[in-house]
Design a protein around this ligand. Structure first.
Ligand SMILES: *Cc1c(COP(=O)(O)O)cnc(C)c1O
Length: 401
């Protein structure tokens, strides 16, 4: 998006604010589907937890995507946004059995990642087909917070437990209609993904009623200059070839499914915050913005590096700043960054703020969660109001003392 446009939005709707470029989401969606255009049936299920605003979900629906959900609330958001139950897959981990039952009754595709739950579900609902989430034990990326396929992970049913899965399926006469994996968020190497896919194919052979194979996500997008992004086109080419061979041997055209979150929405998002104060210390110059990890936690939680630009002074000379927030706790967005000269009142734009940013925001320090704007068809649409003092108190109960 253009700097001018972002600045106008910040001035019109105030800061801090999240802005999402619908066009960029569409471009990413088309890039992914184009990479797999030789597969007969491809299904992209957008991972709601990345960015769950109802208007964003509706926009993503208009592109033809389905949804990947991890809570019954996300399922309900999807249904409210107009998705049909069959376009929603529910992939919970560690939720109560009742929550899975509720989702099944709503008619969404269930994805089970626990042998105990599989047995309970199969015994009670043998007629409802389910997908199985496998843990292929492939280590993706280096950060264990975002690697969910390794040996100690709580996600998925281990590939070493396939005999037990088969026994449960046999005992309960349930139907397995899909095989799934989601190995983690940062796959740098296509070969690692393809290696995990081989394990998935090996697993899939054991089940005769499959309709789809879901490869989860793992697409990496660049955050800072020099970052490697997944080469989608090369990946599409290689996996398509392999998938076709599998379908031929399996004797049926299956649907190839993915569930990207970050890939679709990360780069579409901008977080805009205003500089409250410039503070010089013995070692650095701090630019302090009207936000903190209450609004934008990825830099502190994951060490994520989001590019920061001063959109109020895009051509100013560059100086070094440490960008921090206003929370009474360490809340460093970036250390020692070259940014165009900042004066009080300037608006800073944080890039890649579409995925796991607003959805992780909180009211810490009793601050309001930011507003959200969708830039759609060359117009700014407010899609979430900034919270107010009433919102802070909405669910609190004042007892008489
Ligand atoms: C979070 C999640 C995704 C999306 O991951 P991204 O890295 O955002 O693409 C996909 N599938 C499942 C099961 C998830 O939990």
């Amino acid at each position: 998006m253009e700097t001018k446009t972002l600045l106008k939005i910040a001035n019109a709707y105030e800061s801090p604010i999240y802005v999402y470029d619908a066009h960029k989401i569409e471009t990413q969606y088309k890039r992914l589907t184009a990479a797999f255009n030789k597969v007969k049936q491809i299904k992209i299920n957008y991972a709601v937890k990345a960015l769950s605003n109802i208007s964003v979900l509706k926009f993503i629906k208009s592109l033809g995507a389905g949804l990947d959900t991890v809570s019954i609330q996300e399922v309900k958001l999807g249904l409210t946004a107009g998705f049909t139950p069959k376009d929603i897959i529910f992939t919970p981990n560690g939720v109560a059995f009742e929550e899975i039952e509720t989702a099944a009754k709503l008619g969404v595709q269930i994805n089970i990642d626990n042998l105990d739950i599989l047995e309970q579900f199969g015994s009670k609902y043998p007629k409802i087909p389910v997908c199985i989430r496998i843990n292929p034990h492939v280590m993706a990326g280096g950060n264990t917070n975002i690697s969910v396929g390794h040996i100690d992970s709580k996600f998925g049913i281990s590939i070493h437990q396939i005999p037990h899965i088969l026994r449960i399926v046999d005992n309960t006469a349930m139907t397995i209609n899909g095989i799934h994996m989601h190995t983690g968020s940062d796959i740098l190497d296509i070969d690692v993904f393809l290696y995990a896919s081989e394990i998935l194919f090996d697993t899939a052979k054991h089940f005769s009623d499959l309709e789809f194979i879901d490869f989860g996500s793992g697409f990496k997008v660049p955050y800072k200059t020099g970052d490697i992004a997944t080469n989608i086109e090369e990946f599409g080419d290689k996996l398509t070839k392999r998938f076709k061979i599998f379908c031929k041997n399996y004797g049926k055209e299956l649907t190839l499914a993915f569930e990207p979150g970050k890939f679709l929405v990360s780069e579409a998002g901008y977080f805009l915050a205003r500089v409250n104060a410039i503070k010089q210390t013995t070692s650095t110059v701090f630019a302090q913005v009207d936000s903190g990890f209450n609004h934008f936690i990825r830099p502190m939680l994951y060490g994520a590096q989001h590019e920061i630009t001063n959109i109020s002074n895009p051509n100013g000379k560059q100086r070094f700043y440490s960008v921090v927030g206003y929370i009474c706790e360490t809340d460093t967005f970036a250390n020692n960054k070259r940014i165009n000269e900042i004066t009080e009142g300037d608006i800073l734009a944080f890039r890649n703020a579409g995925a796991y940013c607003f959805t992780m925001s909180s009211n810490y320090n009793s601050r309001y969660r930011p507003a959200e704007v969708l830039w759609y068809k060359d117009k700014a649409h407010l899609i979430r109001k900034r919270e107010t003092f009433e919102d802070l108190l909405a669910n609190q109960i004042e007892i008489s003392l």
